[in-house]
Design a protein around this ligand. Structure first.
Ligand code: 13P
Length: 283
């Protein structure tokens, strides 16, 4: 396994007209599924952890697991903090061995988001680490009606100002996407995405990959999306498979069989995400 800065993966993806998928992981089972699926598909990959996931295994523990599992696999990967919520957590993840961090200042004022993101960018760049930021509010799919209001979406002019002021490496955009299962099929605002891509030269990130129709994923990649996040779809597959295994084997005391049952389904969804991102064979 080769660990690389996030930016190296994303610029290559943008030039090659594909995206790299970022899969949320909280433990050794998740990491194993993701690295194996990427290696089998000869695809670059991003292992990412949200704050609760990083806390679950500790940043250092998760990075150690990625290095141990990836050691004998042919794969190129980045280890990324997803939706980081503080300077301290970013520092902890960088010191623990992550190769990139996101700072999500979407709940802050525009100016405070700039200030905090810039502080994290300065620290991270000094350590050779890439930074993702969020402008607009991506939020949860259950709050979709509210999120479709224009003031929650990423404004192309503000995106340009934000990127120039922070020197961030990639930007998560709010264009009608949200986290979790959509209650109705999402319709990404692709003209807004095209306008953002015109104003901003850095790679763009699409959160809320679960449930976005494949044609919209393809169109968004054509317009400059280079990283797509998937979490709900893989976790739900794992949980459903574990439930099924327990229903069929109510007296089991084998944790390995239970974890394996969940992992088979988790890995299938990772393979599907890699295929949707068009990154098969792009190692
Ligand atoms: P989903 O859970 O909707 O796939 O979104 C994942 C994500 O964007 C993580 O930041």
């Amino acid at each position: 396994m080769t660990l690389v800065p996030l930016n190296e993966l994303l610029y290559k993806a943008r030039a090659g007209k594909y995206a790299v998928c970022a899969i949320n992981c909280c433990n050794i089972e998740n990491v194993k599924c993701v690295l194996e699926a990427a290696s089998e598909a000869c695809s670059p990959i991003i292992i990412q952890a949200a704050p609760s996931e990083a806390r679950h295994s500790t940043a250092q523990g998760l990075a150690a697991v990625v290095n141990a599992i990836g050691r004998d696999l042919k794969v190129t990967a980045a280890i990324h903090l997803d939706h980081g919520d503080s300077f301290e957590l970013a520092v902890q993840c960088i010191r623990g061995g992550f190769t990139s961090v996101m700072f999500d200042g979407s709940s802050l004022s525009f100016q405070d988001n700039i200030e905090m993101t810039r502080k994290i960018v300065e620290f991270s760049h000094a350590a050779g680490i890439s930074v993702e930021a969020e402008l607009g509010m991506i939020g949860k799919a259950t709050e979709m009606d509210e999120l479709l209001a224009p003031n929650y979406m990423t404004d192309p002019d503000k995106a340009e100002e934000f990127v120039n002021a922070t020197k961030v490496d990639c930007l998560a955009v709010a264009i009608g996407n949200a986290h979790g299962f959509y209650h109705f099929p999402p319709k990404l605002d692709l003209s807004r995405l095209a306008a953002i891509a015109q104003k901003v030269q850095i790679p763009l990130v699409l959160h809320g990959g679960t449930g976005i129709p494949e044609d919209q994923i393809k169109d968004s990649i054509k317009l400059g999306i280079s990283k797509i996040n998937f979490s709900t779809v893989t976790k739900k597959a794992f949980i459903d498979a574990v439930k099924l295994y327990l229903a069929e084997n109510p007296d089991t005391v084998s944790l390995t069989r239970l974890m394996e049952a969940g992992s088979v389904s988790f890995k299938e969804k990772v393979a599907s995400a890699i295929r949707q991102c068009g990154s098969i064979g792009k190692l």
